[in-house]
Design a protein around this ligand. Sequence first.
Ligand code: ADP
Ligand code: MG
Ligand code: ZN
Length: 479
Amino acid sequence: MTRDDYEVIIGLEVHSELSTKTKIFCSCPTTFGASPNTQVCPICMAMPGTLPVLNEKVVEYAVKAGLATNCTISKDSKNDRKNYFYPDLPKAYQISQYDKPLCEKGYIEIDTESGKKKIRITRIHIEEDAGKLNHDDFGGGSLVDLNRAGVPLIEIVSEPDLRSSQEVESYLKKLKAILEYIEVSDCKMQEGSFRADVNVSVRKKGDEKLGTRTEMKNMNSFRSITRAIEYEVDRQIELLEEGKEVEQETLRWDDVSGKTFSMRDKEDAQDYRYFPDPDLAAIKLSDEYIENIRKNLPELPESRKQRYLDQYKLSEKDANIITASKYLSDLFENAIKVCNNPKAVSNWIISDISRILNETEMDPIEIPFDAKQLGKLIVLIDKGTISSSIGKKVLEELFEEPRDPEDIIKEKGWIQISDESAIKEIVTKILEANPQSVADYKAGKDKALGFLVGQAMKETKGKANPKMLNEMFLKELNG
Ligand code: ADP
Ligand code: MG
Ligand code: ZN
């Protein structure tokens, strides 16, 4: 049998850090990147005798996420203790939710090669993040930083409905976009505020029963997730083809070797000895509370995309790219307010900005310049103050050191030459220096014109107005 005889089954558990100002059970701040152990208190350090108090914002954000993903919101929910020992979890249990999650039975729609597909969401529950171990330098030991302990998370568990790494990427991008739009998480993958546990199994096509799965934890890059799934699928099929069995276990993906390694046997729910946290009251929500959140949900990616198709006549593909990120989409709309040229803004985002984001593996939220600066760049091109090739250089400057595009071009001397006599002077000079091209053009080789314009551009370091150059060359050559 070959790989084509197998079906790939994937289910995801996504952890997303909520962007509340304070932690889930205490009032410590949640700012990322602070010095180790500066955002801690007796509660999140797990001192005996302290009592947690649930941050109401966490419930609100989780309900928002549930409504935006078509879940049923539970009016009667609670927190449970999930017991396990780990050095970055001094309580030796994590406060999570077991049998009564806040949200259940939702779905999101993704785009696949064969059209739209619904991916079911089993549940969304709230829980606390653990601290972080820093394994380095310091005499070979490990140091614990508890700043992250108690940062609120939602865990979004999908049904095993995904069938390929492409579907996984599409699902994660959609989910990330939704969470960004409803502003419950900044979803910065590099900072770990959007990370996925990837469960993979294979089965022979036509089989009803799911195969044994393995789980790769805490993955936070699309590229690694895709590579890890491809590797794991091959590994599992190979085992089955050799008549062996896949073992249910937790794996670690190593990006350098491009392989998965066994971390530990998979534990079952019963191993955690879940029980209701006696320190916390049950979470009771009224219909009114839920409806109020539903009423105030902001525009979601799908409807924004439709609006772009109708209002700005963007292509489906372009609208997809822009609305996949709230930050790109906000950049798009706000730049239009400045330059009133939707087509140009969309082109800049789809081509040059996306290229730079890709090359630098930057998340759109990290774009250093603002919409006003992008809008102004386009105004300068539209007015003819700079050419679009200079525009590309200005964009690079905006990524390097964002400032007013007008200041950039003044400082760099990039203002376009649009003065008729100056253009004529350049054209005359280039014609004199290239008699062969002139002869070629007159002999009917139109290509020679392009060469001459190119020479003039080179001479002026891209600053000559290309339209005026073209016209002037034609006039001189034909006249
Ligand atoms: P946990 O991993 O915490 O024990 P579950 O057993 O509920 O939780 O499963 C977690 C995830 O694994 C879910 O997203 C689910 O869709 C996925 N999953 C379950 N069984 C399989 C399977 N056979 N193949 C792939 N994914 C699976
Ligand atoms: Mg799991
Ligand atoms: Zn605290």
